[in-house]
Design a protein around this ligand. Sequence first.
Ligand SMILES: [Zn+2]
Ligand SMILES: [Zn+2]
Length: 145
Amino acid sequence: MRALPEGTTEERLRSALEASGHRHTAQRAAIYHYLKGVTTHPTADEIFTQVREVLPDISLATVYKALEAFVESGVARKLPLGGGSARYDGRTDDHDHVRCLRCGKVRDVVGAHDSDLIRGLDSEEGFEILDYRLELIGYCPDCQN
Ligand SMILES: [Zn+2]
Ligand SMILES: [Zn+2]
């Protein structure tokens, strides 16, 4: 992953977007600000609903394009999780996720898994293993009863 330049969040966003050929706009800054401020790993629809409160003229297409630009610039991640719609994460360091089977809520996992152990796994048919995706699943506190 590319290291982000120094500076305020907004300056970093601007340099990251421009370095990868994307435009920095006030709408994108607002979307990024929202995404960085939550730990809920929202879907594009959820981001749209929230950001529209401050920017009533924004469209869902603008949100999707902004999220694509963030992912390509390395300032956000699109999570490769099971379940419904794609979710986005403003946290770009390596970390794992847990997803609630009932309500679909996604949160960060505390601690790290042993990646050497997983990389030591092999397939029966001699697959060339490139990477892996780890997703913990279970029930969140609200859904346990
Ligand atoms: Zn739940
Ligand atoms: Zn996360």
